[in-house]
Design a protein around this ligand. Structure first.
Ligand code: ADP
Ligand code: MG
Length: 624
């Protein structure tokens, strides 16, 4: 039987769907045909990983001392290319079952989508979307030969050839070396690839960190990856930066990295990077992948979600452990106590690194926080275990600091006056908006620091952070704000008192009717005439705006209008009120004050009346 196969190649037919696919691959034009090399190298690397695994699991292998590597030979004159590995090789069944069949389920859709095949398509699209790995070689050649011998000591060697269309043949051959050699002649359109220089360039671009040496002719081309396995002292910054750029698909340098060699209840090595910039948005490729998982230097998963909590997903890098089985599935990594333990250690170390910066490299930390602070804010809403540590890593701008400068809650509390019992904050759409808010006047004047929560996610920050260090977080838009004894007296204008004060407040309430909950004297305003505040159950303006965005029918609780009884305008209105209860000027002024307060918090629905009244007042004021 073996004799027969030796002397005569056996011919096999591809399945119908496969024939169609091959026809298409062969007759299309490509923009990046060179990606075929990445595919063949990745297959070689898979095969090398498999034989290494076979060796560590004590199985007998053919040629146990053969060097694990990939070598590529180029005949520049005749445009021939050969790629050889000392990996696991293939049996006859592998050649039929694995090479002879494309498993991808997307193949059919792909075929119908590209019918005609005349348009130019991207080689990586072909591979990425439709998983035609090995067959991408037909982008650059018309006929391929594989010679292979499986690592099993009893295995025979085989030659497989195909012109792509229709059929392939298999015959037994004499081959001593374990592993696989794939060779072919580059077709006319692809012959520019028959250059050592070009091939080296392609390897550097796509396969630089493959964990086995790749030789082109006599030169080793790739930088052999497993940097994380090396000693800290042996790693150069340039190597680390280059590695980061590769794993993170980023072109910038990282902010810093952690190099972990953990031994004990769980064993792993890791290189974890903090990127220099936050992802640019949804389509940023770096957004997709956080940490890659390796088992014993063998690549397992390219984005192992279970190795870091969601709020630390901005970190990039690799984690390599001995404690998981090589054939570990996503389900198993998810539920494994090994993963849980690694995650705990990684979280701890990343937070530790950030805490170190926050303490002794403040500029770097603040830079980091500007870019990644939102992730940490997400953390306090979702995380219980590390919440206190994350809260201490948060930074805020405040009314006392110039724009761009930030404080921690710890420092805020340390700087509070003795009388101050609560932590004050204001929410709004940006520093310039909250800075001008009338509610801030009192705090400004009395040098009470107010946190500026100007980020949309701060709404969630506030909800998950009701207090810090035993001190309540209080919005300065709340009416029941306890200003305690911090109020200063003396240098201010006298406020209206007694009947006159009571009358004007009552009159304003009559005019505004049920548009407001109440009209009361303000203790907090200094320069402004009036402001809207919420009762202790209500939401502040920012929160309410968000609720309205989510639910069109949402109508917030009624507001309380606080009126500044020291303000000359209010005193004038009080005087008019005593003379003429029904004065139209009084009425219009009250409407104008109310609309103005709405406008300040960006809640004025109908600006027409406001503008019309303003024009009328101006017209009167300018009358000659
Ligand atoms: P994939 O790599 O996604 O499985 P490919 O089309 O690239 O798909 O490869 C198909 C299969 O052929 C591989 O899974 C592997 O079993 C086999 N194969 C390809 N190249 C080699 C090689 N150099 N050594 C051993 N087996 C290989
Ligand atoms: Mg492949």
């Amino acid at each position: 039987m073996a004799e027969e196969q030796h002397s005569k190649a056996q011919e096999f037919e591809y399945k119908a769907e496969m024939k169609q696919l091959l026809h298409l691959i062969i007759h299309s034009l490509y923009t990046h045909p060179e990606v075929f090399l990445r595919e063949l190298i990745s297959n070689a690397s898979d095969a090398l990983n498999k034989v290494r695994f076979m060796q560590v699991t004590d199985a007998q292998v053919h040629q146990p001392d053969a060097e694990l590597g990939i070598s590529i030979d180029i005949d520049e004159k005749n445009h021939n290319l050969s790629i050889e590995d000392s990996g696991i090789g293939m049996t006859r069944d592998d050649l039929i079952g694995r090479i002879g069949t494309v498993a991808s389920s997307g193949t059919l859709e792909f075929l119908s989508a590209t019918k005609g095949g005349e348009k130019k398509m991207d080689g990586s699209e072909l591979i990425g979307q439709f998983g035609v790995g090995f067959y991408s070689v037909f982008m650059v050649t018309d006929e391929v030969t594989i010679e292979t011998r499986h690592a099993d000591p009893d295995a025979k060697a085989w030659r497989w050839t195909s012109k792509g269309e229709g059929t392939y043949t298999i015959e037994e051959i004499d081959r001593k070396e374990r592993g696989t050699r794939i060779f072919f002649k580059l077709k006319e359109e692809a012959k520019e690839l028959a250059s050592e220089y070009r091939i080296k360039d392609i390897i550097k671009k796509y396969s630089n960190f493959v964990d086995f040496p790749i030789h082109v002719g006599k030169d080793k081309v790739n930088s052999v990856a497993a940097l994380w396995q090396r000693k800290k002292e042996d790693l150069k910054k340039e190597e680390l930066d280059e590695f980061y750029k590769f794993v993170a698909a980023d072109f910038r340098e990282p902010l810093d990295h952690l190099h972990l060699h953990i031994e004990g209840r769980v064993n792993f090595k890791a290189l974890i990077f903090i990127p220099g910039e936050a992802p640019m948005g949804y389509f940023d490729p770096r957004e997709e992948k956080s940490l890659h998982l390796y088992v014993n230097r063998v690549f397992i998963q390219d984005d192992c979600k279970d190795l870091v909590p969601e709020y630390l997903r901005f970190v990039k890098g690799v984690v390599d452990t001995e404690d998981l089985p090589l054939n570990v599935s996503r389900e198993v990594t998810q539920s494994s106590p090994v993963t849980a333990k690694m995650r705990e250690i990684i979280t701890n170390r990343v937070l530790g690194l950030l805490e170190d910066w926050a303490k002794s490299d403040i500029d770097r930390y603040n830079d980091f926080f500007r870019k990644f602070g939102n992730y940490l804010k997400l953390g306090i809403t979702t995380e219980f275990a590390s919440k206190d540590r994350i809260v201490d890593l948060l930074r805020f701008e405040t009314s006392k600091l110039e724009a761009g400068k930030v404080t921690s809650l710890k420092d805020y509390v340390a700087n509070m006056g003795e009388e101050q019992k609560e932590i004050y904050y204001i929410t709004g759409e940006g520093r310039d908006v909250v800075e001008k808010h009338p509610n801030l006047e009192y705090f400004r004047k009395n040098a009470v620091e107010v946190l500026f929560l100007t980020d949309p996610v701060d709404l969630f920050t506030v909800t998950s952070l009701p207090e810090y260090d035993g001190k309540k977080m209080v919005s300065i838009e709340k009416a029941d704000i306890d200003l305690g004894s911090t109020q200063t007296e003396g240098d201010e204008a006298e406020a209206l008192k007694g009947k006159e004060a009571k009358d004007i407040l009552t009159r304003i309430k009559e005019i505004l009717g049920d548009r407001v909950e109440d009209v009361i004297e303000s203790k907090r305003l200094v320069d402004s005439v009036a402001t809207l505040v919420v009762g202790d159950q209500g939401m502040d303006a920012q929160m309410e705006r968000m609720m309205k965005m989510m639910d069109k029918n949402f109508s917030g609780a009624k507001k309380i209008l606080e009126v500044n009884l020291k303000h000359p305008l209010v005193k004038n209105l009080a005087a008019i009120n005593e003379r003429d209860h029904e004065s139209p000027v009084l009425k219009d002024s009250v409407e104008q004050i109310y609309d103005g307060a709405l406008l300040v918090e960006d809640n004025l629905q109908n600006p027409m009346d406001f503008v019309r009244r303003a024009m009328e007042f101006m017209e009167k004021a300018t009358r000659g």
